[in-house]
Design a protein around this ligand. Structure first.
Ligand code: NAG
Ligand code: NAG
Length: 319
């Protein structure tokens, strides 16, 4: 009996093993498939990012700002004054008409934030004074003392012996006689990242002071950008365009293109290189860039205009 039982057990164990070995490939496949799924599933779905969204939302510099004006390459910051104190600058025709069209005739300064990007250390004192001046007026003004680019790091800029013109040529090119230029290492940021981090999906204020029924889109919060960055535009603008940041965030942009010789070496991945021959080549590149950008259908940016307002170079209106 005992023997028979043992033999029975042995037989059923052997039968079970045969069944298991018949399905072994399926089991192995199933286990490895599951681990495959999990291996790929976790990084792709990134549960952490979505589930904890509320806890991880970092506050943005743009929170509480209904309208935003980005003055990229602010020099001594006259465009913020054109926006906030238009009555003092009757000759700033270009900037005044842009602001009037974009922000309407009944705008209120309390609805705005201005971010002024200017890396020139010679202008720091001026921006401190401007900030105090705007504080007294009860309006928001932030000096961001960095150069803008398509990557983070440092860049050599040149003081080009044009202090008499508020150093308007401070940038990555030596202008005029080489012996007169003085190097300055300045920090740079990727503007596309900064805009996504600090402006895109900013928290809008609960109270709006102005009447924006006359702007397009009607009653909409807007972001307007001025760009005058001494040929870094050939790095920054394609990055803003092809990353989608411009189309997602900026309603209207205007700025100057600099028709200089431009050479960016490719990065380690082989991308990022660009060479433009002075004048003709840079002009063609800029025109084609704007043209191709204009052909994008799904985009909040109405236009990037080649407009510039160089009135009041020295400001001249006391603070
Ligand atoms: C996140 O916050 C919003 C509003 O404060 C709330 O409606 C939503 O339920 C929250 N989501 C999670 C996942 O906590
Ligand atoms: C805003 O202005 C328009 C005319 O420009 C006017 O019809 C409308 O009543 C105003 N809205 C408010 C809330 O004052």
């Amino acid at each position: 009996m005992a023997l028979c039982k043992t033999s029975n057990t042995g037989q059923s164990a052997r039968r079970a093993w045969r069944v298991v070995s018949a399905f072994l490939p399926v089991i192995v496949w199933f286990i490895s498939f599951k681990s495959l799924v999990f291996d790929f599933d976790i990084p792709l779905v990134s549960h952490e990012r979505f589930e904890n969204k509320n806890e991880t939302r970092k506050s943005k510099l743009g929170d509480g700002c209904y309208h935003v004006f980005l003055d990229v390459g602010a020099n001594i910051g006259v465009h913020a004054r054109f926006l906030y104190e238009p009555e003092s600058y009757p000759d700033a025709h270009t900037a005044r008409s842009i602001f009037e069209r974009e922000f309407g005739a009944s705008r209120d300064n309390r609805d705005f934030c201005v971010f002024a990007f200017e890396p020139n250390p010679y202008h720091v004192e001026r921006h401190v004074k401007l900030t105090k001046h705007f504080d007294k007026m009860g309006v928001r003004y932030h000096h961001v003392p960095v150069a803008v680019s398509d990557s983070e790091g440092y860049i050599i800029f040149y003081h080009n012996n044009d202090a008499g013109k508020e150093e308007w040529g401070f940038g990555d090119h030596v202008r005029g006689a080489r012996g007169n230029a003085v190097e300055e290492m300045v920090p740079k940021i990727r503007l596309a990242d900064w805009i996504m981090d600090e402006i895109h999906e900013r928290q809008l204020p609960s109270k709006v002071f102005g009447n924006y029924s006359d702007i397009n889109p009607t009653d909409g919060p807007k972001v307007v950008m001025k760009m005058d960055i001494e040929s870094q535009e050939y790095a920054v603008l394609p990055d803003l365009m092809f990353s989608g940041v411009l189309c997602k965030t900026i309603n209207y942009a205007f700025g100057e293109f600099h028709f200089l010789w431009v050479r960016y070496e490719p990065g380690p991945g082989g991308r990022g290189g660009l060479e433009l021959q002075r004048g003709h080549d840079a002009r063609n590149f800029a025109n084609q860039l704007l043209r191709s950008f204009h052909s994008v259908k799904n985009c909040v940016t109405r236009e990037f205009s080649k407009l510039d307002d160089e009135s009041y170079l020295h400001d001249g209106v006391p603070l």
